[in-house]
Design a binder for this molecule. Structure first.
Ligand code: MN
Length: 237
C-alpha cells in the first residue's frame, strides 16, 4: 500500500479550491498517494491525522498576523483565515502523533505559527539588512539564491552539500523558531530558509518551492520528496 499524503489547498474569492498540480505530481512520482484536503474540515483534524501517513502544508498567501499577536502591517498581503485555521489544527494533530510534515513556503510559516512562532509580515520593509530578491522575477524552474545548510541536519542529509541554490517566491519569512524546531537553512541576508523538528521523525519546512523544481528533475528536490514519502511509508508500518 502506498502512503497516503494529505495536501492542503487554497481557496479563492469565488470560493474555488486551488492547488498547483506540481505538489500532486511530486508526491505521485515519489511513490505516494496524494489526498487533497478541502478547507473547512478542521473539526475533524484528529480523524484526518489518523487517516494520513504524512502531510504537505503548501504554499500560498499571507498568514493572519493576529495569530501571533501582531497588528496587520501595511504591506501584509491577502490572508485566508479559513485556511490558517485548518492548517494550524492539522499541523498540531500531525505533530502530536509524530507523522511526517513537509512545509513548503507558506507551509513552513504556518508550521512555525502552529508551534507558537511568528512571521515577518514583509521582509523587504521590516528587515534592516539588505534583503535579497526573495520574490524572484525569474521563472519557477530557476534557482535564484543560495541557502547555507546546517551541518548534521535532516536537510543536509538530503542536499548532501553545505550550499544549495533555490527558487524564491516569498515576501514573508519566519521571525523566530520555537522549540522543537531548529534552523536548518539560511540565506546570505539571514532570512531563515529552512527549519526542522528535533523532536519528530520528519518535520521539515523549506521556504522555497521544491515541487516546482522537481518537475524539471532537480536532484535535491527529488531527494526531498523521495525522503519525505519514504518517511511517510515508515510511519504507516
Ligand atoms: Mn528566499
Amino acid at each position: 500500500m502506498k502512503p497516503v499524503i494529505g495536501i492542503t489547498t487554497d481557496i479563492d474569492g469565488d470560493r474555488k479550491h486551488q492547488l498547483n498540480t506540481n505538489y500532486v505530481t511530486a508526491i505521485t512520482r515519489a511513490g505516494g498517494l496524494p489526498f487533497i484536503l478541502p478547507i473547512g474540515v478542521e473539526g475533524d483534524a484528529k480523524q484526518i491525522a489518523h487517516m494520513l501517513d504524512g502531510i504537505i502544508l503548501t504554499g500560498g498567501g499571507d498568514i493572519d498576523p493576529t495569530l501571533f499577536d501582531e497588528e496587520p502591517h501595511a504591506l501584509l498581503g491577502e490572508v485566508t483565515p479559513t485556511r490558517d485555521a485548518l492548517e494550524i489544527k492539522i499541523a498540531k494533530e500531525m505533530l502530536q502523533v509524530n507523522k511526517p510534515i513537509l512545509g513548503i513556503c507558506r507551509g513552513l510559516q504556518i508550521l512555525n505559527v502552529a508551534l507558537g512562532g511568528a512571521v515577518i509580515q514583509d521582509i523587504h520593509s521590516q528587515c534592516e539588512n539588505t534583503i535579497l530578491q526573495h520574490s524572484q522575477k525569474a521563472p519557477r524552474s530557476h534557482t535564484s539564491h543560495f541557502v547555507q545548510v546546517e551541518k548534521a541536519s535532516i536537510l543536509e542529509s538530503i542536499t548532501e552539500t553545505p550550499t544549495i541554490k533555490v527558487n524564491s517566491f516569498h515576501h514573508q519569512a519566519v521571525k523566530d523558531v520555537p522549540e522543537p524546531l531548529k534552523i536548518s537553512g539560511t540565506a546570505s541576508d539571514d532570512i531563515i530558509e529552512a527549519v526542522e523538528s528535533t523532536a519528530h521523525d520528519f518535520v521539515v519546512g523549506v521556504q522555497w518551492h521544491p515541487e516546482a523544481l522537481a518537475e524539471y528533475g532537480e536532484a535535491v528536490s527529488l531527494r526531498l520528496f523521495n525522503t519525505f514519502v519514504e518517511k511517510c511509508k515508515e510511519s504507516r508500518s
